[in-house]
Design a binder for this molecule. Structure first.
Ligand SMILES: *[C@@H]1O[C@H](CO)[C@@H](O)[C@H](O)[C@H]1NC(C)=O
Ligand SMILES: *[C@@H]1O[C@H](CO)[C@@H](O)[C@H](O)[C@H]1NC(C)=O
Ligand SMILES: *[C@@H]1O[C@H](CO)[C@@H](O)[C@H](O)[C@H]1NC(C)=O
Ligand SMILES: *[C@@H]1O[C@H](CO)[C@@H](O)[C@H](O)[C@H]1NC(C)=O
Ligand SMILES: *[C@@H]1O[C@H](CO)[C@@H](O)[C@H](O)[C@H]1NC(C)=O
Ligand SMILES: [Cu+2]
Length: 376
């Protein structure tokens, strides 16, 4: 009986709606804490306003700092001091669709004061971090004033440069029929990606890392089919192969569940080596895979690679490499790069440290294939 009781009690939270308390501007920070929640229909998000004069205003992903027509809004909540009776505002979660919010006080959204309910997990281009980055990029002071105030010295980086949009993708379920079998696959489709059909004969693609002492992957931009493998071969120096995402080219991929993208870790190779270490990944999905070298300065100088980048759209390899140089290159280093928010960044570093030779796979790219295994 005890186990039955435990089972029944364990089921209770699913029956009764949960309330998520989110503090708004606690400690004078321009932030919601936590910055996002994953909630079920029927749950309630209870915003608690701390001193200053913030709002909770619903927006859309694409225009993070603009009120959504018909969206929820708390209005301004001026609070003079921390007292027991802090004002609150409730948002009722009706479905699992992502809902996006920002603070409407002048300048706050552009400094990253945004919030989300049920954002897609990293590395989705519509993740919480992507949303916050977009808020900072569209309404931050860095984007407009840095470009205006910077002189000809950094013209290449700032002159008319527009950060490419986050790739658009959606989840697709298709049934693929091959001569030998039929299978159903659920995958994240990016505009322009090839169909999720495995290679009839899986192939290994070789990418040389740091050939001839150059800070390059050769080739740096390849197409590979599902079931193929990619083998990176490390030449002298001390490079890595680290997965990232399009909009954060030089930061390890991580998601909120603590899963991380692949990383080879540092691969020191002496100048007179005759044997070269390798690192191999398997292609599970036709969605683009982005990556970089984690050695100091290498990514910012353009040492990045892409697998299955969609060359016909804005999220192509050259745009990815350009973004890496812009964010982490020496020419643009301090002034114009939007600074990612600290906590997410620390997660990055931690995951990166733990990611050495680990092969964790980011959950939102999971490709479920039924009956495909038999083909391999
Ligand atoms: C963000 O920028 C857009 C476009 O310039 C503007 O319409 C909007 O009011 C800004 N939002 C905030 C909160 O400042
Ligand atoms: C709160 O901010 C809004 C918008 O800036 C302003 O109109 C309002 O007067 C402020 N309220 C207080 C009490 O400061
Ligand atoms: C690139 O710049 C970002 C933001 O400053 C930083 O977090 C990241 O660690 C840098 N990446 C590399 C490889 O230096
Ligand atoms: C490789 O680079 C990493 C990071 O810069 C460093 O910690 C490590 O000591 C280097 N290894 C060798 C053998 O140089
Ligand atoms: C493909 O799936 C395998 C098994 O789940 C995993 O180990 C590997 O990391 C995945 N490949 C990539 C590129 O993430
Ligand atoms: Cu390198």
């Amino acid at each position: 009986m005890p186990s039955f009781l435990a089972l029944a009690l364990g089921a209770l939270p699913a029956v009764f709606a949960a309330t998520f308390d989110v503090s708004v501007g606690a400690g004078g920070q321009l932030a919601y804490d936590p910055p996002f929640v994953n909630a079920a229909p029927g749950d309630v998000v209870n915003f608690v306003f701390h001193p200053k004069n913030h709002t909770v205003t619903q927006s859309s992903f694409d225009t993070p700092c603009v009120a959504l027509d018909g969206g929820k809004r708390s209005g301004f909540m001026p609070v003079a001091a921390e007292t027991d009776g802090l004002p609150t505002f409730q948002f009722q979660v009706v479905d699992t669709t992502p809902a996006w919010f920002y603070c409407g006080q002048t300048g706050h959204c552009g400094q990253g004061m945004v919030f989300a309910v049920n954002p897609p997990a990293e590395p989705s281009p519509r993740s919480f971090t992507a949303f916050r980055d977009l808020a900072i990029a569209t309404n931050g002071t860095a984007s407009s004033s840095a470009a205006a105030s910077s002189t000809a010295s950094s013209s290449a980086a700032t002159d008319g440069y527009v950060t490419p949009p986050a790739p658009h993708f959606e989840t697709v379920t298709v049934t693929v029929t091959l001569p030998s079998s039929t299978y159903t696959t659920v995958y994240n489709s990016y505009d322009g990606t090839p169909p999720p059909t495995p290679a009839p004969q899986p192939q290994d693609h070789k990418i040389t890392v740091g050939a001839d002492g150059q800070l390059v992957y050769s080739p740096a931009n390849i197409q590979a089919a599902i079931g193929d493998t990619v083998t990176f071969e490390f030449r002298p120096k001390n490079h890595t192969v680290t997965q990232s995402n399009f909009n954060n080219p030089c930061q390890p991929l991580f998601d909120t569940t603590g899963k991380v993208g692949f990383s080879s870790g540092f691969m020191p190779v002496s100048p007179d080596a005759t044997q070269f270490p390798t690192f191999q990944i398997k292609i599970n999905d036709t969605a683009p895979i982005w990556g970089y070298c984690g050695q100091t300065g290498h990514c910012g100088s353009g040492m990045v690679f892409a697998i299955n980048a969609v060359e016909s759209g804005p999220n192509n390899f050259v745009a990815f490499q350009g973004l890496a140089k812009r964010i982490n290159g020496t020419s643009s280093s301090s002034s114009s790069a939007p600074a990612p928010t600290s906590s997410a960044n620390q997660n990055n570093q931690n995951s990166a440290a733990g990611a050495r030779a680990s092969f964790g796979y980011a959950s939102s790219l999971v490709l479920a294939m039924v009956a495909l295994v038999s083909l391999w």
